[in-house]
Ligand binder design. Structure first.
Ligand code: SF4
Length: 110
């Protein structure tokens, strides 16, 4: 397990929703594929995103990552770091309006 994977586990341990996390017990490196290359990285990303889409706490996980400033590494709530940075930009542009629509973003059960 790399340092980012360990950090992911430790941060999740502090949150109350983690008991429902679909990734519980999975290899944390899948959710931090930055250290992988080629097909292994693509497979890890596919597995992580598919797991997140079926996760009952996807919205909570994403909100946690956004509040914790997790914008550099890993997949949280089904979004990679690039998508989370885009989300911040989108949210700032919509400030004063209706704000962020997690349901639209996640396309799931939020
Ligand atoms: S959304 Fe993904 S990373 Fe977050 S708890 Fe669920 S499975 Fe794990």
């Amino acid at each position: 397990m790399n340092d980012s994977g360990l950090e992911h586990m430790l941060l999740q341990e502090k949150a109350t929703w983690t008991g429902l996390a679909a990734c519980r017990g999975m290899d944390p490196d899948i959710f931090y594929p930055e250290s992988l290359t080629g097909p292994r990285r693509r497979e890890a990303v596919r597995t992580a995103v598919a797991t997140c889409r079926g996760c009952d706490v996807q919205a909570e996980c994403l909100a946690f990552a956004m509040n914790a400033g997790e914008f550099d590494y890993g997949i949280w709530g089904g979004l990679d770091a690039v998508d989370r940075r885009r989300l911040v930009g989108r949210n700032e542009r919509t400030r004063g309006g209706n704000g962020l629509k997690l349901r639209d973003l996640l396309g799931t059960h939020t």
